[in-house]
Design a protein around this ligand. Structure first.
Ligand SMILES: *Cc1c(COP(=O)(O)O)cnc(C)c1O
Length: 404
C-alpha cells in the first residue's frame, strides 16, 4: 500500500487554498491504524488515539470510524471526543497536574479516569470509594524516548506514581476501597528499542500482582515513525508477538484475561500530514543561502523546540540541481527549520513540503508576531476538504476587550 499524497496534488491544494496549509491524508491514517490492529489481533487489544497530536474534529470522527478509542489529556479533549461521537467507555482521561475538579468533571461524564498522583488517588478514593473504577499511571523509571524533552518515564519526570511508592498506593487503595481497574505507563515518544516495551511490561506485571481485579494494562505509546530517510518505524508485528506472548503467560498466573491498551499519537497521524509553504525570499549571506518561507515556528515549532528533524522537499522544482540551504521562517526571532539541507534548487515562489507534519504541528501553532494560523485540508478518497479555515485578521482580536 502506498498512501502518499502526490506532489502535484499538494501544489494543486496550495493553489486552491493558499499557503501555508496543513494537509492530512485519511487513508494513510487508516493504514497505520490497521497495521497496529493487525499486529495485536491475537489478543484483546484496544487502541486509544492520543488526540493531543491532532484534534481537528474531522480527524477525531475519522478515528472513530476506524474503530479507535481515544486518549485525552484535558477535559476539553474529552469534550471534543464526546462531540465527535466517542462513547464515554471508549475515552481514557489521562491528565497531569490538573485541579481535582477537572478529574471530577471527567468522572461525571463517565469516562475512564487515569490517576497519576497519590494525593489525587487519595482524594478520589475518599470521595468515591469503590463506586467508580480508576486506572493508575505508574512511573516505571525506565529511560526511553527520542530525547530528554519527550521522555516521561525517567526518575526526574513529573508523570505517574513511582513504582517505589507501591506500598503507599496499596495503603490508599485498601483504606478507601478503591476499585483499580487498570495500570498505565507511558514512558516517552519515539522509542527506538522495542525491548523498552517488554521491560515496561515486566514492571507492570510486578505491580499487577498487588491488585486482584485488573481488567487492562495500558502501555501508553512510544511507537516510532521515520522522520529521516534512514530511520525505520517500530516493528509492530514483532512487538505484537512478543508482548502478546508475555501477557498470555502472565494471564495464566493472574488467572484472568487482561486487555492490552495502547495510546499511539504520532504513529497514527505523523506521516499522514504534510505542511505546504511558499518560498518568499532567497537570501545569500557570507555564511549560507537562506530560504525564507511564508511560515515560522509559530506554525511548526518542533524544530526550534525539540531540535526535531522534518524532511523538506521542493515540490515545485523537483528536477532542479541540488543545492545546500538553510530554511528559515519569517518570525522576528531565530526561526530555523533546517540547516544545511540539500534541496532541488529553490527559487522565490517555489512550494516546499514539510514531511511528517500530522502530529504536534498544527496543534502547537500560535499567533506569535500577529500572524494567522494556517488552514487545514483533509484528503479522503481522493477528494480534498478544507477542514479548518485559515485565520483571518478578526481572529487576532477575538476575545480582546477594547477599553481604550
Ligand atoms: C502524548 C501522549 C501519548 C502519545 O505519544 P506519541 O509519541 O505521540 O505516540 C500517549 N499517551 C500519553 C499519556 C501521552 O501524554
Amino acid at each position: 500500500m502506498n498512501n502518499t499524497i502526490s506532489d502535484e496534488q499538494l501544489i494543486e491544494i496550495a493553489r486552491e487554498y493558499g499557503t501555508p496549509t496543513y494537509v492530512y491524508h485519511a487513508e494513510k491514517i487508516k493504514e497505520q491504524y490497521n497495521k497496529l490492529e493487525e499486529a495485536f489481533k491475537d489478543h484483546p487489544t484496544r487502541i486509544f488515539y492520543a488526540c493531543k497530536a491532532l484534534t481537528n474534529i474531522n480527524i477525531l470522527k475519522y478515528m472513530k470510524s476506524l474503530g479507535s478509542c481515544i486518549d485525552c489529556v484535558s477535559i476539553n479533549e474529552v469534550k471534543l471526543a464526546l462531540k465527535s461521537g466517542f462513547e464515554p467507555k471508549d475515552i481514557l482521561f489521562t491528565p497531569n497536574c490538573v485541579d481535582f475538579a477537572e478529574i471530577e468533571e471527567g468522572k461525571d461524564l463517565g469516562v475512564n479516569i487515569n490517576i497519576d498522583n497519590i494525593s489525587i488517588l487519595e482524594r478520589f478514593g475518599n470521595k468515591y470509594g469503590n463506586s467508580y473504577p480508576v486506572c493508575i499511571r505508574i512511573n516505571p523509571h525506565i529511560e526511553a524516548g527520542g530525547n530528554y524533552k519527550i521522555s516521561t518515564g525517567h526518575i526526574d519526570s513529573k508523570f505517574g506514581i513511582s513504582i517505589h511508592q507501591m506500598r503507599h498506593i496499596e495503603r490508599v487503595v485498601k483504606t478507601t476501597n478503591l476499585h483499580v481497574q487498570g495500570l498505565h505507563m507511558h514512558t516517552g515518544s519515539e522509542i527506538k528499542d522495542a525491548g523498552v516495551f517488554l521491560r515496561g511490561l515486566e514492571v507492570m506485571f510486578e505491580m499487577a500482582r498487588h491488585f486482584d481485579d485488573l481488567e487492562y494494562l495500558d502501555l501508553g505509546s512510544g511507537f516510532k515513525v521515520p522522520y529521516r530517510d534512514d530511520e525505520i518505524e517500530t516493528d509492530v508485528n514483532t512487538l505484537g508477538l512478543q508482548l502478546t506472548e508475555a501477557v498470555k503467560n502472565f494471564e495464566a498466573e493472574y488467572n484472568r484475561t487482561l486487555e492490552i491498551w495502547f495510546e499511539p499519537g504520532k504513529y497514527l497521524v505523523s506521516e499522514a500530514g504534510s505542511f505546504v509553504v511558499k518560498t518568499n525570499v532567497i537570501k545569500q549571506t557570507p555564511a549560507t543561502v537562506f530560504v525564507g518561507i511564508d511560515s515560522g515556528f509559530n506554525h511548526l515549532i518542533r524544530p526550534m523546540f525539540y531540535d526535531a528533524y522534518h524532511k523538506i522537499s521542493n515540490i515545485s522544482n523537483p528536477d532542479g540541481v541540488k543545492r545546500i540551504y538553510t530554511i528559515v521562517g519569517n518570525i522576528c526571532e531565530t526561526d530555523t527549520f533546517a540547516w544545511d539541507r540539500v534541496l532541488n534548487e529553490v527559487r522565490e515562489g517555489d512550494i516546499l513540503k514539510f514531511h511528517n507534519a500530522g502530529a504536534y504541528c498544527y496543534m502547537m501553532s500560535s499567533n506569535f508576531n500577529s500572524r494567522l494560523k494556517p488552514a487545514e485540508v483533509m484528503i479522503k478518497n481522493g477528494k480534498t476538504f478544507e477542514i479548518r479555515k485559515r485565520d483571518n485578521f478578526e481572529d487576532l482580536l477575538h476575545n480582546q476587550v477594547e477599553v481604550l
